[in-house]
Each structure stands twice: as structure tokens, then as C-alpha cells.
Design a protein around this ligand. Structure first.
Ligand code: SF4
Ligand code: SF4
Length: 296
């Protein structure tokens, strides 16, 4: 149950992971909160255990070698973090694309974590899963950060698949410093196939955040011979070229890390393939674009 705080119910979130220091989830050094649950079902997802909320089937309980999982009297799977060795066997066995290692954090819990680390941080990023599925929590957290004289200098970022309607972005906008948005394919049908949903909302999100100067980064995932960002390079390039010059463009290469299912049979994107894609796109966009340092 949510705590009652200052005569109001405090917002809380289902959190799959807290990273106290990251330099790859937005500008500077950031505390990153990965929220559980996503409304996309990407074939290439490298964190598929963050997609669904646990249905308490119990399949992972007996798979745990450390007795860190138990069912309570109500049939809910309870995770004992003190006994957990983080071997991730529970995640490997879960056929529901979930994890039993989820914690519920209130805004106060997260504020305490930020306060502890504040002298090393440039900001906070809410990622996922799909962060914006828990928007009321994000709004309350960002508002508290901005209203706290000790923390107001920290920038508040969201890492999103772009599916939030504009009405949602409008609600968080007063507290938002920037967002990173994925553009996974150009054609609606390709997007539908790759992630299980169309890309209309993603284009709307990018347009809105670009117009309001909150679009920090657009990320393209290059999956050679599968996604259409390469075959539609002329249109993709013209689209990216029209964005504000302050928007960072990042090209990600499809790799196998964390991926399950059919995409494991797909070829990884090599450095050479990425360089070819980058060079074709660069001829049109004519500005720097980030590419990966490491290929596995
Ligand atoms: S994490 Fe997966 S296997 Fe474990 S109880 Fe939840 S749904 Fe079942
Ligand atoms: S990661 Fe999962 S299986 Fe491994 S010890 Fe922790 S709860 Fe048990």
C-alpha cells in the first residue's frame, strides 16, 4: 500500500534496478532508475525481463539456489534481497518476460537515494521498461527534485520508447530537462513487426519534444537486413536533418547481449556495417552522430 505523506498518498513505482552512477544514460554522471513494465514487446529487447509484471506463477521459486524466493500466504512470490546472490537463474527460467527481483519505491525512497549521492551527480534519468507507464510517480519525483534547494540543480531526464501521448508529455514538461527517444524503424509495418506497435506516437513525441527544446537524443537501432532505417535512409536522413541542431543523434548496433528468441538467429551489426550506415546517413544529415565504441 502507498504511504500517506503530508496528507496525500505518496506515489510509488515498481523498480527493477537502481544504478547510482551512469555516464551513458544522459549527460554527465547520473542516477538511473529502471522501472518495470513496457508496452512494447521488441524482438530485439536486451532486457526482456523488464517487459511484464510478475504474475506470481512461482516457477522461479524452486530454481533459486539460495532460497531467496518464497511464496507468501497469499500466493505472492517474495524476494529476500539479503539472501540473493544475483545469479539471475530466476530471470532465466521465467517464461513471462518478468523478474521476481522487483522493489516498490516511494518518491521519498528515491529522494533519499539521490540525497546520499548528490555530490557526485549531474542528474537523474528514469528509464525502463517504459518509464512513462508510471508517469504520476515521475512527475511527483521530478517536482520534488526541482523544489528542493539542495537538489534543484540536478537535471531530470526520461529515457523512453516514445509511446506516451502528447497530453502526458505536457504534464511532465514543466519538470523535464530532456528526453532520449528510440526511433526503431521508419515504416509503420516494420515498426509493428519489430516492437508490436505502430510508430505514429513515436513521431508525435519526437516532434513535440523537438519543438519544446526537450529532445536531448534520438536513437536509431541498426539491424542489418531486418530494420528499414538503412533502406529508407534518404527519408530518415531528411527527417533527422530537420531536427534542432542541439539534438544528439545516436546510432546503436544490434548485438546479442540479453536478447532471447528469434533475434538470436539474426546477424549482429558489425563495425563495418555500422560505418557504412553512418556514412550513408551522414551524407544527408551532415552533422556528427554518435556510434558505438564496442562491438561484441
Ligand atoms: S518472476 Fe516469472 S517465473 Fe517468477 S513468479 Fe514471476 S512470472 Fe513466475
Ligand atoms: S538472482 Fe534470483 S535465483 Fe539467483 S539468488 Fe537471487 S532470487 Fe535466487
Amino acid at each position: 500500500m502507498a504511504r500517506v505523506y503530508n496528507n496525500k498518498t505518496e506515489k510509488q513505482a515498481k523498480v527493477s534496478r537502481v544504478l547510482t552512477f551512469s555516464c551513458v544514460d544522459g549527460p554527465g554522471n547520473r542516477l538511473v532508475l529502471f522501472l518495470q513494465g513496457c508496452n512494447f514487446d521488441c524482438i530485439t529487447c536486451h532486457n526482456p525481463h523488464t517487459i511484464n509484471h510478475c504474475n506470481h506463477c512461482g516457477d522461479c521459486v524452486s530454481a533459486c539456489p539460495s532460497n531467496a524466493l518464497q511464496k507468501d500466504a497469499l500466493g505472492k512470490v517474495i524476494w529476500n534481497v539479503a539472501a540473493c546472490t544475483h545469479c539471475d537463474q530466476c530471470i532465466d527460467i521465467c517464461s513471462h518476460k518478468s523478474s521476481p527481483k522487483i522493489t516498490t519505491m516511494t518518491v521519498s525512497d528515491v529522494m533519499a537515494e539521490i540525497q546520499k549521492n548528490q555530490f557526485f551527480l549531474s542528474g537523474i534519468t528514469i528509464s525502463g521498461g517504459e518509464a512513462t507507464l508510471q508517469l504520476p510517480f515521475i512527475i511527483e519525483l521530478f517536482r520534488e527534485i526541482k523544489e528542493d534547494p539542495q537538489l534543484a540543480h540536478l537535471t531530470c531526464f526520461i529515457d523512453s520508447n516514445g509511446s506516451l501521448p502528447i497530453s502526458g508529455w505536457e504534464r511532465v514538461l514543466p519538470y523535464l530537462d530532456g528526453a532520449m527517444i528510440d526511433l526503431k524503424s521508419w515504416q509503420e509495418e516494420t515498426h509493428q513487426w519489430l516492437v508490436g506497435r505502430g510508430n505514429h506516437r513515436v513521431f508525435e513525441t519526437i516532434r513535440f519534444l523537438n519543438e519544446t527544446n526537450k529532445l536531448h537524443e534520438v536513437r536509431l537501432l541498426h539491424i542489418p537486413n531486418k530494420s528499414d532505417l538503412d533502406s529508407e535512409v534518404e527519408q530518415v536522413g531528411q527527417y533527422l536533418k530537420a531536427l534542432s541542431s542541439s539534438v544528439q543523434i545516436r546510432l546503436n548496433a544490434f548485438q546479442h547481449h540479453g536478447v532471447v528468441g528469434q533475434a538470436l538467429q539474426w546477424s549482429k551489426c558489425s563495425r563495418e556495417q555500422m560505418e557504412t550506415f553512418h556514412d550513408k546517413l551522414h551524407l544527408i544529415v551532415k552533422r556528427p552522430m554518435l556510434t558505438p565504441d564496442v562491438y561484441t
